[in-house]
Structure formats: C-alpha cells, structure tokens
Design a protein around this ligand. Structure first.
Ligand code: GDP
Length: 343
C-alpha cells in the first residue's frame, strides 16, 4: 500500500465513523480495525499497531464520555496523536552547530541509501552556508568511493577516500593490498583529521553497511571512536568531540512514489536492534542511521531476524529522502507529516 493509499484508507475509515448516526463500540471497533489493517498492509510493525489500538481504546472510553461530548473529534484526535507518537520518540534530535566541527557517521544496511543520503545531507547544509565534507569509509563495496566521488563532485563538496583495490584489474601494488590501506577505520580517521584541519564544520563519514551481523558493525564503530579519541588530550577538543557526537538520529530514505506508506511509521521499529546500540548511544554516540522505507530492501535480514528488530534506536527522524536526486530531501516534521497522511 503506497502512502497516498494508506492516507486514503485511514481518512475513509474516519469518514465512515463520522457518518454513523451513533458512535458506539461497534462503530469505533470497525474504524480501528480498518486503520489497523491498512497500517499492517503498509508494513508497520504489529506491536506498534497493537499498542496504538490499545491506547486509543483507553483514551476513548465511550461509556465515560458524557452525552454532548464530540466523540468523533475525540476519536480523530486520539488517532492523530497515536500516529504522531509512533513517529516521535519524544527526544530532541542531534543538531550540529554551524562553525563547530561535527563528525557524523552514517550507518545502516547496504542498499538503504546511505551514500546517496550522505551527499543529500551535505548538499542541504552547504546550501545553508555550512562547510561540509564527505569521507568514504566503505572499503568493502567496489565502486562505493566512485559513487561518493561522483555525487560529491556534482555538488562541489570536498571528499576523501580510496579506490577499492581489486588486484585482478590493477597492477599489483602491495601497499594497496595491505590491511591498513583497506581499513575503513584508518581511512575514516584520516579523512576526519584532514577536514578538521580545513575547518569543515560537517564531516560526514559513509560506512559500508555490510554488517548484517551487528557485532561487526559495533566493533567497527568502536574502533573508529577509539581512534578518534587518541591524542585528544586538550579538554576543549574532548568537549568538542563529545558535542559533535551527541545524539542519534534517523533519516528515512525512499519515501517517494514506490515507497510503502508505512515506511516512516515502521522505520524506527525496523531498525536492527542489538544490545550494543544501547552502549553506542549512551557512550559516544554515532549519528545518523539511514533506514529505507522499502521493506524489500531488508530481504532476509528483516524476515529471519524479525524478533531482533523491535524499536531500537528510539531516535528521532530528521529527514526523509524522496528520490534519487540530490535535492530530493526534506526536513521531517511529525505533525505536518501525519496531517498530510490523513489528508
Ligand atoms: P547504500 O548501499 O546504503 O550506500 O545505498 P545507495 O546510496 O547506493 O542507494 C541504493 C539505491 O537506492 C541507489 O540506486 C539510490 O539511487 C537509491 N536511493 C537512495 N535514496 C533514495 C530515495 O530517497 N528514493 C529513491 N527512489 N531511491 C533512492
């Protein structure tokens, strides 16, 4: 079910309820069941939908509502609020400060749109007067650096990274095959250091997202963060680092035409959960996670590991990607989004 359809179905269910002469338990249940079905068909997680239904029924206790109460309005408002609640974790998002260095690392599964979104994010801020830079720490996917380089060049954003070394096609250069050359952590650190010297205030690090095994991702991130802290003797530097990696945030990609309507609603819930996340967020937080709104992007990971993928990050959605192009990128705002959804 695409976004417009989901919105249409919910609006119709609300309309039908409004048309009923008397709002009784049956009318309310029919309306909620219709909305539940639409949300589930749009890939919104079962748990979220069930909780939403429970909460609405708790708020809208028809027996307690005295005559004269506008039951329709109360129900509509409760549904609106619950949809907003699904999307809003109730904590502020990470906001980098112009002129102060922020190192932002993009994580997420391969194909979720990280590389594309890194440039969109950089481009968005560049237009607002920031000095962004891109670092490609994806040494795993052949062509990742090329893709980033191409995007960055188009947007006139400085970039750093290494070509993937494929011994079959290039003259064998031993340094190229050494561990360190293809070490994403080392490349990330080099890139970050370089752009710090160039006074870039938004240093965006793209990662490989190959980690279906969350532990590997965690290790990579921790390795990166440990490296970053080395030599950070000065207090103000340490402070700056702490601030630069303050709070996590989520960008949902592929919210355009082909996207399932529930993408935004379920994306937070679909994030891969693992114990380590907690440690990442509370220790030295890593920033933006790209989550595709298209369920099929998650393939087997999503299916096989679904018990592990309950709401995990509890991080606010900050932007949505609405197409493949650089400027198809919007600030995400919960209430207008839900209003638009409900038509
Ligand atoms: P990565 O592996 O996570 O770095 O993903 P990529 O950035 O390479 O994106 C994977 C595919 O999704 C590419 O074909 C992108 O053009 C496409 N893509 C990324 N973001 C969006 C979006 O917001 N909308 C659409 N329609 N496609 C997107």
């Amino acid at each position: 079910m695409v976004l417009a359809q989901l919105g249409g179905t919910i609006s119709r269910a609300l309309q039908q309820m409004s048309n009923a002469t008397i709002i009784d338990e049956k009318v309310l249940n029919d309306c909620l069941n219709e909305i539940t079905r639409a949300l589930l068909q749009s890939d919104v997680q079962f748990n979220l939908v069930r909780d939403m239904q429970k909460n609405i029924k708790k708020i809208v206790n028809l027996d307690d509502l005295a005559a004269g109460h506008n039951k329709r309005k109360i129900i509509q408002q409760a549904i609106f609020n619950e949809l907003c609640k699904i999307l809003d974790p109730g904590k502020p998002s990470f906001t980098p400060k112009k002129g102060k260095t922020s190192v932002i690392m993009f994580v997420g599964l391969q194909g979720s749109g990280k590389t594309t979104t890194c440039t969109k994010y950089a481009f968005y801020h560049q237009k607002k007067g920031w000095k962004p830079a891109l670092v490609c720490a994806d040494t795993f996917r052949a062509g990742a650096f090329d893709q980033l380089k191409q995007n960055a060049t188009k947007a006139k954003i400085p970039f750093y990274g290494r070509f993937s070394c494929i011994p079959l096609f290039v003259e064998i250069d031993l340094s190229c095959n050494s561990y360190t050359e293809s070490d994403p952590v080392r490349i990330a650190v080099e890139g970050v250091e370089r752009f710090k010297k160039e006074n870039c205030d938004l240093i965006i690090v793209d990662t490989s997202g190959r980690h279906k095994q969350e532990a590997a991702l965690f290790e990579e991130i921790v390795k990166f963060l440990k490296q970053r802290s080395i030599g950070q003797a000065a207090f103000d530097q340490a402070q700056a680092f702490k601030q630069s990696v303050a709070v996590g945030a989520v960008i949902i990609t592929k919210m355009d035409g082909h996207a399932k309507g529930g993408g935004a609603l379920s994306a937070r819930a679909r994030e891969v959960e693992f114990e380590q996340w907690g440690r990442i967020w509370s220790w030295e937080k890593v920033l933006v996670s790209c989550i595709s709104s298209v369920a099929s992007d998650y393939g087997d990971v999503h299916k096989d590991d679904s018990h592990n993928q309950v709401a995990a990050t509890k991080s606010p959605v900050i932007f949505i990607g609405t197409g493949e192009h650089m400027d198809e990128f919007e600030v995400f705002d919960v209430k207008p989004f839900v209003s638009r959804l409900l038509g």
